[in-house]
Design a protein around this ligand. Structure first.
Ligand code: ADP
Length: 342
């Protein structure tokens, strides 16, 4: 039919002239198999339909992927004498399928590589922070010895240098401990249970009782849900957010922290709102990165790890976290936790 010309560029006449037309144009690598498949079907009287896929050379010289279906006409003895069928060019579909397959394979490879480098990084952070503690203990120990044994022979400047060095060592110890904490998040914790978040906040308030009294702070929460999980990362999550609300509070206004929850179809959406110093919009993303902080250590203590830990905990629970804030007025940290049965 006309399709021969439209799809493959051959005229009906030139195809009809050459008895070998079909065989000459099937891709040499596909010819053997296609012929064998056909012969098998031709010989078996029970079959009257043949289907195949192969590459077929177009007049232009390019190969098209085709799908071929033929009805087999048989004589009185069941011998195949003729086949009538149709051939469709499925090159685009094949190319699409191949590209999908390639993308898929590439994705699988990338995911494996990512998982591998993630595991290596976590292992590195864990080992490094573990191993760094020992030499650091030595530095602090000998500085203390120096102070104790030779303190009376040293002048004020020397005492000051020792203080700076001790301070540096303390800070480094805190950074190492934070890094260790960070690398531990998500390590399989045993014994998931139902955790009442109201109890978790009460516990966090207890941990910060002194600071809450000193700042005359008010922490409000009500009717938080029970969720299925492990208590310690949940305590860590709320503790980091609440302690930041207290730490970055307005110098003249007593801190007020309001913790709320909204129930959505598949998840809980939490908000932790404060009336503190706020954050400029340009820093909204940066503050969640490890060791990123907006203040000098002399103005506000900290290592810049708190929100990175919070983010990792939330993402480990398959949730999301973001912040909204008015600089000078206060900040609200939002995060979601998917509802799970067990
Ligand atoms: P750290 O408190 O140790 O600096 P975080 O990771 O907890 O580390 O916070 C990163 C930065 O984000 C802080 O240095 C601070 O500038 C800002 N930040 C965090 N929480 C608040 C908040 N509730 N109000 C204002 N700024 C905040």
């Amino acid at each position: 039919g006309n399709g021969l010309e439209n799809q493959f560029g051959y005229s009906i006449e030139e195809a009809a002239q050459d008895y070998q037309f079909w065989m000459k144009n099937v891709h040499p690598d596909d010819l053997d198999k296609t012929k064998k498949d056909q012969q098998k079907v031709f010989k078996d009287k029970n079959y009257n339909l043949w289907k195949g896929q192969y590459r077929f050379k177009k007049k232009s010289g390019d190969y098209a992927y085709v799908i071929d279906k033929g009805f087999i006409a048989r004589d009185g003895n069941g011998k195949a004498i003729r086949m009538i069928g149709a051939t469709a060019d499925i090159t685009d579909r094949r190319k699409f399928e191949e590209s999908l397959l390639e993308i898929n394979n590439r994705l699988i490879k990338q995911t494996q590589e990512l998982a591998h480098s993630n595991a290596e990084l976590e292992q590195f952070a864990y080992v490094a922070s573990h191993d760094l503690q020992e030499p650091l203990r030595m530095v602090s120990g000998f500085l203390t010895q120096l102070e104790k044994k030779y303190g009376n022979q040293l002048d004020d400047k020397a005492h000051q240098y020792i203080d700076f060095a001790v301070d540096g060592a303390k800070r480094m110890r805190q950074i190492i401990l934070d890094l260790l904490d960070y690398s531990k998040i998500g390590k399989k914790e045993e014994g998931n249970t139902e955790v009442d978040l109201n109890e978790i906040i009460k516990e966090v308030c207890l941990l910060h009782r002194k600071q809450i009294e000193e700042l005359n702070a008010n922490i409000e929460f009500s009717k938080l849900p029970k969720i299925y999980g492990h208590p310690s990362p949940l305590i860590q999550l709320f503790q980091n957010l609440i302690s930041n609300s207290l730490k970055y509070s307005h110098p003249e206004i007593p801190p007020k922290v309001i913790i709320k929850v909204t129930e959505l179809d598949n998840e809980w959406k939490f908000s932790v709102k404060d009336n503190g110093i706020g954050i400029k919009e340009e820093y909204f993303a940066k503050i969640f990165n490890i060791f990123q902080r907006l203040h000098n250590k002399n103005d506000y203590s900290g290592t810049g790890m708190g929100l990175a830990i919070v983010k990792k905990i939330v993402e480990n629970l398959n949730g999301r976290i973001w912040v909204k804030s008015d600089a000078g007025k206060g900040s609200t940290f939002y995060f979601t936790i998917p509802k799970t049965e067990e």
